[in-house]
Design a protein around this ligand. Structure first.
Ligand SMILES: C[S@@+](CC[C@H](N)C(=O)[O-])C[C@H]1O[C@@H](n2cnc3c(N)ncnc32)[C@H](O)[C@@H]1O
Ligand code: SF4
Length: 379
C-alpha cells in the first residue's frame, strides 16, 4: 500500500475572504519553533507506526501558505522524514506556493531542499478578479512566478478558481485558454464554493455577492472539461487535470484510498496500524497544537479506528472522484462486499455511472452529484 506524508503550514500573509482552510494570519512567526514542533510530531507519528515503517512515496507541504517557509525549514522537515522513514527513490515532493514575489524568490531554495513539484495558487488571471478574491498578488506577478516556477521545477501545477462573481462563459473560456497556453503539466480548476463562516458567505447571504447560478456553473464545468481535454490535459479527478503520467501522486493516494500521515495543526491522516485503519486529525488552532506537541501531550483530536463499513463508504467516495473509477473486484477483495447490481442499474440508466466489466466510473454529470450517487449505492 502506497504511503505519503502531508505537512500543514498554517500561516498566510492575509486571509482570503472565500477561504475556510485552517490558515491564520500572525504578526510574527517564530519559524524555528514551529519547525521543531513539526519535527516532534513527525517523530511521534513514526514511532506510532512501529519498526516496520512504510516507504514514503509522496510528501506534500500544504497550507495555509507553505511558501512563507524558508528553504532551510523545508530542508529540515525533509531531513527529519528521511531519518524516520525509508524513502522511495522517486519520491514526489510538492509544495504549495503563493505567487507574491517574496515567496517566488524562494523557489530555487525549495528545489535545493529536495522539492520536485510546485503547485502555484494563481486563482485568476486578471487584476480586478484577483483583487475581488482578496489576493495579494496581481496578474503580472502571477505570470512571473509561474515562469520562475517552470524554470526551477520539471513539474508545475497551477490553481485557478472559476465560477467567480460575474464571470460568464466567454470570460472563463478565454482565461482557461490562456492558462492552458502556459504549458504546465497539471492544473487544479476549482469552482468557487461559498464556505459557511467566511466573509464571502456573509456577502452572498445579504445579496451583495452574486455568483453564477447552477446552469451557468454547469456550463462552465462543461467548458472546462472540453478545453482541458482538447489541450491534452483532461480531468483525472473532479477538479484536477493533467497530461498522462503527471497526475499528483500525493492526491491520487487520497483518492485511491491509501495511507498518509497528516502532520501540523489541523492535519488529517489515515494510518494503517496493525490490521486497523486509523483516522487521525490534530488540534486546529496552531498555538494550542504547538503547546501540546512541545509538552509531549496528545496533539490529536482524533485517533480512532475507522469501522469497516465507514471505510468502505469512504473508499467508494474517493475512488469515484477519479475518472479511472473503482474496480469492483479489488473493492470486494478489500471490503468483502460490493454495491449490488440492483443499486447500480438506475444510476447507469440515469447516466450518472458507466460500467465496463468490473470497473464503474462516475460520468462528469455523476461526479457533480457524487454524494447522492454514493448514498444511492450504499444505502
Ligand atoms: C489550501 S489553498 C492553499 C494554496 C495557497 N495558499 C493559495 O491560496 O494559493 C488550495 C487551493 O484551494 C482553492 N480554494 C480555497 N478556497 C476555495 C473556495 N472557497 N472555493 C474554491 N476553491 C478554493 C484555491 O484554488 C487554492 O489554491
Ligand atoms: S486561499 Fe490560500 S492564501 Fe488565501 S487564506 Fe486560504 S490558504 Fe491562505
Amino acid at each position: 500500500m502506497a504511503f505519503g506524508i502531508y505537512v500543514h503550514w498554517p500561516f498566510c500573509a492575509a486571509k482570503c475572504p472565500y477561504c475556510d482552510f485552517n490558515s491564520h494570519v500572525r504578526t510574527s512567526i517564530d519559524e524555528q519553533g514551529w519547525i521543531e514542533a513539526i519535527e516532534r510530531e513527525l517523530e511521534w507519528t513514526a514511532q506510532s507506526q512501529g519498526a516496520d515503517r512504510p516507504i514514503v512515496e509522496t510528501i506534500f507541504f500544504g497550507g495555509g501558505t507553505p511558501s512563507l517557509m524558508t528553504g532551510s525549514s523545508v530542508a529540515r522537515v525533509l531531513e527529519k522524514i528521511a531519518r524516520f522513514w525509508p524513502m522511495a527513490n522517486d519520491v514526489e515532493i510538492t509544495l504549495e506556493a503563493n505567487p507574491a514575489s517574496a515567496e517566488a524568490a524562494r523557489f530555487a531554495d525549495y528545489r535545493a531542499a529536495g522539492v520536485n513539484r510546485l503547485s502555484l495558487g494563481m486563482q485568476a488571471l486578471n487584476d480586478a478578479d484577483l483583487k475581488r478574491l482578496g489576493r495579494l498578488h496581481d496578474s503580472r506577478e502571477a505570470k512571473a512566478a509561474l515562469s520562475l516556477a517552470m524554470r526551477n521545477f520539471a513539474r508545475v501545477s497551477l490553481d485557478l478558481i472559476y465560477a467567480r462573481p460575474e464571470q460568464d462563459e466567454a470570460a472563463w473560456r478565454s482565461e482557461l485558454k490562456e492558462a492552458l497556453s502556459f504549458g504546465t503539466d497539471h492544473l487544479s480548476l476549482y469552482q468557487l464554493t461559498i464556505e459557511p463562516g467566511t466573509p464571502f458567505a456573509v456577502l452572498y447571504q445579504n445579496g451583495t455577492l452574486k455568483i453564477p447560478d447552477e446552469d451557468l456553473a454547469a456550463g462552465l464545468y462543461e467548458a472546462t472539461q472540453e478545453l482541458t481535454e482538447a489541450a491534452g490535459r483532461p480531468a483525472y479527478e473532479i477538479s484536477n487535470h493533467a497530461t498522462a503520467g503527471s497526475e499528483s501522486r500525493h492526491n491520487l493516494l487520497y483518492w485511491r484510498y491509501q495511507d498518509y500521515a497528516g502532520v501540523g495543526p489541523g492535519a488529517h491522516g489515515r494510518l494503517k496500524l496493525g490490521n486497523k485503519r486509523i483516522a487521525t486529525s490534530t488540534i486546529r488552532l496552531p498555538e494550542r497544537w504547538r503547546e501540546a506537541v512541545m509538552k509531549g501531550e496528545n496533539s490529536f483530536t482524533d485517533f480512532t479506528p475507522v469501522r469497516d463499513e465507514e471505510a468502505a463508504r469512504e473508499h467508494l467516495l474517493m475512488n469515484l472522484r477519479l475518472c479511472e473509477g473503482v474496480d469492483l473486484a479489488a473493492y470486494q477483495a478489500r471490503w468483502g462486499k460490493r454495491p449490488s447490481s440492483e443499486k447500480l442499474a438506475p444510476l447507469l440508466e440515469q447516466g450518472l455511472l458507466t460500467r465496463d466489466g468490473d470497473v464503474i466510473r462516475a460520468t462528469p454529470q455523476g461526479r457533480l452529484v457524487l454524494n447522492a450517487v454514493i448514498a444511492a449505492l450504499l444505502n
